[in-house]
Design a protein around this ligand. Structure first.
Ligand code: DX5
Ligand code: ZN
Length: 227
């Protein structure tokens, strides 16, 4: 079944615990950490992740859009994140970092900006629990989905199948009812949605609707057969 991870970037930051409750039924909550250096925006850091982890029983999927993740990412595991994603463009030693995240007890994930190809990282995939393909330039919610990322999603799914990996393939940016089926058909199985969930009247209902669309689009996909 497709996994929908609501992004609290589009939530009310003064009421994060209630906003987490509003998407009860989701397995994961997506937390966008930005440092105003790797991306031109500033959001939240370790203390807020720590508080949020205590305030909700939904697992936290921390997406680090920061410089020097080699130094900071392990602290997000200690803060209570169940999954930590670093950007390969910012990591000095991605293999060492993925191993450290796993050793500390979280799922290790690596993100690619739209202009970063997957092919140079093929050999690194077994070190990861999830790969994130950005479908907008990271930094802001509410941007338009980049259709031209679909071939990269497809090629990544083929690499995962070729190596027989249990790797989750996440997409983030502009995922909504109008775009999620294309992502699912291409090979994504984890979907981040910010404005499409928290901009809706009924956030939990929006999650259920997105999941149904993704499941429908995946039913006949070659890569999902036998899943
Ligand atoms: C953007 C963030 C996303 C953002 C997505 O840099 O990584 O997680 O919340 O927002 P939407 O779904 O509105 O594009
Ligand atoms: Zn994100």
């Amino acid at each position: 079944m497709a996994q929908i991870n609501p992004s609290i970037l589009s939530a009310d930051f003064a009421r994060l615990a209630e906003e987490a409750e509003a998407v009860r039924g989701s397995d994961w909550l997506h937390v966008d950490v930005m440092d105003n250096h790797f991306v031109p925006n500033l959001t939240l850091g370790v203390p807020i992740v720590e508080s949020l982890a205590r305030a909700t029983d939904i697992s936290l999927d921390c997406h680090l859009m920061i410089e020097d993740p080699d130094r900071w990412a392990p602290q997000y595991v200690e803060a209570g994140a169940g999954s930590v994603t670093f950007h390969v463009e910012a990591a000095a030693a991605p293999i060492r970092l993925a191993r450290e995240i796993r050793a500390k007890g979280a799922r290790a994930s690596m993100a690619l900006k739209p202009g970063t190809p997957i092919e140079p990282y093929e050999d690194l995939l077994p070190e990861l629990d999830m790969l994130l393909i950005m479908t907008v330039e990271p930094g802001f919610g509410g941007q338009a989905f980049l259709d031209i990322m679909l071939p990269k999603i497809r090629r990544t799914r083929e690499l995962i199948a070729k190596h027989g990996l249990e790797l989750w393939l996440q997409v983030d940016g502009g995922v909504a009812a109008s775009t999620i089926e294309r992502c699912a058909e291409a090979g994504a199985d984890v979907f981040v949605a910010g404005s499409a969930v928290y901009g809706a009247e009924d956030p939990a209902g929006a999650v259920a609707k997105l999941r149904a669309l993704a499941d429908g689009a995946t039913a006949d996909a070659w890569w999902a057969c036998g899943h």
